[in-house]
Design a protein around this ligand. Structure first.
Ligand code: ADP
Ligand code: MG
Length: 853
């Protein structure tokens, strides 16, 4: 057992620009305790009526100042925890701090550079490296990734994430077994056999989280994410299995509401934005108080999940992330205060050893077999049940012929089966008793002889019988044990199924979450078995595979806008940079691969040379008759040392190549994620553009339904341009609805369909488009979340149908008098015009880009 208080560390985020001097200072002395002093600037301090203190001092295990690197954070904070997890103890590292203070950066890592990877990827790398090194034990590793948002748990590795919105996914809920252990229902455990697989799962979860987030619901700052690595280990032949979990927790932003400006509320206890963090604090306060019997774990899902990590069987570490700028002083101080309270909590980590019932059964079976064998030695034969009638008849026959046989040497041979021996005695006695009375006098001599012999035999017999009884008892006990273990295994299996979501159908969702409807649950249960089995394969490759298939969904106009958006976006620099690095790494890896091959063949040649040399020497020694020539051959020695050198460089290059491979994979995942992010931000921007357009052209305060928005969006435009258009492009009678449908759902139809109805313009707009922008088959377009068409249609849906061709637009917008018959359906035409307008707006903004192209 390891007793330890929760370790607390502080990390100060770099501010980028020069800080005014003296906001804080770090004081590190020799004794593994560091102090962080936060000094209130004069102007701020004056505001505090109730609190005149001007500086606050907080102690931490260690303070990582602005220039600290991710590597140091891993080495000092995470590595010791990972080590204890490998030894079989539970571990938790959680980051606490206000939004933007660097929690995600610390736990997961930055999105840009490989060197910015955070605790999770580094820990995975370290753990898998250690597991590979240790061949004494068998290890299995599983990953789970849980997000808690608004008291509801979501499985970030749920494969249905792609298809459904958060609300439709089965909620992860908490089950408590009679021993008060927590089990998470509907949280999948994905097996990861390599670092690569585990890393894929991390990125998959992060991407799922990003996609689920909408601009309205900035979930990422308000939700907690718990990435858990589950390791179980076993020594071959042993029945003991060790389980250990490592939780890596990215908590929600700890900021409190009521930042009412300088004075008033600052530095006082304000309300948390996030209630579950408030409950976390309550739990921490309760744990820090001595002799508190009740700890309010049950108040929130998060405290429930982390129950054994806070004040339980766990080695727990907290990282307080601080963004020490003037305006964040109050939040920083409350983060530090929280940390000080956390530091008072003592945890007792014990080894999570468990006897594997399956292995016990195997042991017991073996033991039983051994006992049976032993028994067989005593009884001479393996004993089963009662003797059969046939066996009894045969014995009687044997006895009769034995008695009848006049040969004094004859023997009754029944082997050493005690049952048969017993029966023989029994039968003989019976026969004897039957003959006793008439033949007594004659056989007196014989009896006398037997008298001398029987007592001795019976003694032996009794002894054997006792042994048999004893063995019988042993077997009965063992069989009982077996039965019990079997039942335990069954129970365990059931429970596991439950906690992994294998029996989803039987479980209801948490009432606070407003669970999904029954139909979705039913479909879930029918597929749950399937996902349990095939899941790991699906998920692991899922992140990459996600790319395929959706590229067709973005309409041309949208793609064009996306291209422009992409060019302007800050992240595109990162993506380009990473592409560059990736290219470099690839060519480096390629070169390395070639060098490795060269070295390999060099080693081969050297080996051959050595062989030849040896043969030559042998041949020489035979011809020269110099048999005893044991001297070392300097030439061969040289060859050998050369080979050793080559081998060394081979090893070095191989290690480097392995490292490169990991880096390349990580970079690819980073880029993938950046692209998804870019896509998302484009969607947001797109919607914003549309809304702006609407606002500009709409009279304020008009009641808005979405339908009427579209209508209204068009009206001012029509008014501006000309009444003529409205008359000419909207012929009556109203059109077939088929076209409207097409124009929404099938982007390929939109332009050409519309255009073909007019006298053929030249060149065809779509062609023109392709000429200018090339084939817009962008890989980025596949992950667009916004392509799910919701109803009623949001503005973005309008945009989707926007024709991408400037020609068409020019014709409509530029020359209002042109009489292009549109679809004929007023709704669709309205949409089209709205798109055109939005596009014009866009082009105006991005005019420079277009004109330079
Ligand atoms: P949080 O998760 O606490 O809201 P983030 O980790 O997202 O904060 O950090 C906010 C921003 O600051 C991100 O852009 C991140 O890359 C950057 N950042 C945070 N910590 C560091 C650091 N130590 N070094 C460089 N950049 C950092
Ligand atoms: Mg974050």
């Amino acid at each position: 057992m390891v007793k330890q208080t929760i370790q607390i560390f502080a990390r100060v985020k770099p501010t980028g620009r020069k800080q005014p001097q003296g906001i804080y200072s770090v004081d590190e002395d020799e004794k593994s305790v560091a102090a962080l002093e936060i000094i209130l600037p004069r102007d701020l301090a004056e505001g505090f009526v109730n609190n005149k203190r001007e500086s606050y001092k907080f102690k931490f295990q260690r303070i990582f100042d602005q220039e600290s690197k991710q590597e140091a954070i891993f080495d000092i904070i995470a590595k010791p925890v990972a080590e204890s997890v490998l030894a079989g103890y539970n571990g938790t590292i959680f980051a606490y701090g206000q939004t933007g203070s660097g929690k995600t950066f610390t736990i997961t890592g930055g999105a840009e550079r490989y060197s910015d990877r955070g605790i999770i990827p580094r820990t995975l790398s370290y753990i898998f490296e250690q597991l590979q090194k240790d061949s004494r034990k068998m290890y299995t590793t599983h990953i789970s990734y849980l997000e808690i948002y608004n008291e509801c748990g979501y499985d970030l590795l749920d494969p249905r994430h792609e298809a459904s919105s958060l609300e439709d996914l089965p909620k992860v809920t908490i089950l408590e077994d009679p021993d008060q252990n927590i089990h998470l229902k509907n949280l999948s455990l994905q097996q990861a056999t390599t670092e690569e697989e585990a890393l894929n799962l991390l990125f998959l979860g992060d991407t799922n989280r990003m996609i689920a987030e909408t601009p309205m619901n900035q979930a990422s700052t308000r939700s907690h994410c718990i990435f858990t690595i589950h390791i179980s280990s076993k020594e071959p032949g042993s029945a003991t299995v060790r389980h250990a979990k490592l939780h890596l927790v990215d908590l929600a932003g700890s900021e409190r509401v009521a930042k009412t400006g300088v004075g008033g509320q600052l530095l006082t206890e304000a309300k948390y934005i996030n209630l579950s963090l408030h409950y976390l604090e309550q739990v921490i306060i309760a744990l820090a108080e001595k002799h508190r019997s009740h700890i309010p774990y049950r108040n929130s899902m998060m405290t429930n999940v982390l129950r054994d990590s806070l004040g339980g069987n766990c080695m727990t570490t907290m990282i307080a992330t601080l963004s020490l700028e003037k305006r964040n002083i109050d939040e920083s101080i409350s983060t530090c205060r929280f940390a000080q309270r956390v530091a008072l909590i003592k945890n007792e980590a014990v080894l999570n050893e468990e006897i594997d019932p399956r292995l016990i059964i195997i042991h017991l079976k073996k033991e039983i077999q051994e006992l049976k064998d032993e028994l067989a030695i005593v009884t001479g034969e393996q004993r089963t049940e009662e003797l059969t009638q046939g066996e009894l008849d045969k014995l009687e026959e044997q006895i009769t012929s034995f008695l009848e046989d006049q040969d004094p040497e004859s023997r009754l041979q029944v082997g050493s089966d005690m049952r048969k021996i017993h029966y023989c005695f029994h039968h003989l006695k019976k026969l004897l008793n039957e003959r006793k009375i008439p033949e007594r006098s004659e056989s007196s001599h014989e009896i006398k002889v037997q008298d001398g012999e029987v007592p001795l035999r019976e003694e032996e017999f009794k002894k054997l019988r006792d042994i048999l009884k004893q063995r019988d008892n042993e077997i009965n006990i063992l069989v009982n044990m077996l039965k019990k273990e079997k039942k335990k295994v069954q129970d365990m299996f059931n429970l596991q199924n439950t906690s992994r979501g294998g029996t989803r159908q039987s479980l209801s969702s948490s009432p606070s979450c407003g669970g999904p409807d029954d139909s979705s649950k039913a479909s879930v249960s029918s597929t749950s078995k399937l996902t349990q089995d095939g899941s790991s394969v699906d998920y692991r490759s899922g992140f990459h595979r996600r790319k395929a298939g959706k590229s067709e969904e973005m309409s041309l106009g949208r793609q064009e806008a996306f291209e422009i958006f992409k060019q302007d976006h800050a992240d595109s620099v990162t993506i380009e940079d990473n592409k560059q690095i990736l290219r470099q790494r690839f060519s480096e890896a390629k070169a390395l691969g070639e060098s490795i091959n060269e070295v390999r063949s060099k080693i081969g040649h050297l080996k051959e040379e050595i062989n030849q040399r040896q043969m030559q020497r042998v041949a020489l020694s035979i011809t020269d008759n110099a048999v005893g020539d044991q001297e070392l051959d300097p030439v061969e020695e040289k060859l050998r040392s050369k080979m050793e050198e080559e081998k060394k460089s081979y090893k070095m290059m191989f290690t480097r190549l392995k490292g490169l491979k990991v880096e390349i994979e990580h970079l690819q995942l980073l880029m993938e994620k950046a692209k998804v992010k870019l896509k998302k931000e484009f969607e947001v921007w797109w919607i914003e553009e549309a809304t702006n357009l609407q606002k500009k052209s709409l009279p304020a305060n008009s009641p808005r339904t979405l339908e009427s928005q579209q209508q209204q969006q068009l009206q001012p435009y029509l008014a501006h341009k000309s009444e003529l258009i409205s008359r000419k492009i909207m012929p009556s009678p109203p059109p077939p609805s088929r076209i409207q449908k097409n124009s929404f759902n099938n982007p390929s139809v939109e332009e050409s369909d519309l255009i073909s109805k007019s006298p053929p313009p030249s060149p065809l707009p779509s062609r023109n488009y392709e000429k200018r922008f090339g084939n817009p088959n962008m890989e980025e377009s596949d992950l667009t979340p916004g392509n799910k068409v919701p109803s009623p249609p949001p503005p973005s849906r309008n945009q989707k149908n926007r024709p991408g061709s400037p020609n068409l637009e020019e014709r409509v917008l530029g020359s209002p008098s042109s009489s292009i018959p549109f679809t004929g359906d007023s709704q669709t035409d309205t949409d089209i015009l709205a798109f055109l307008k939005a596009r014009q707006n866009l082009l105006k903004k991005k005019g420079k880009h277009l004109s330079t192209e």
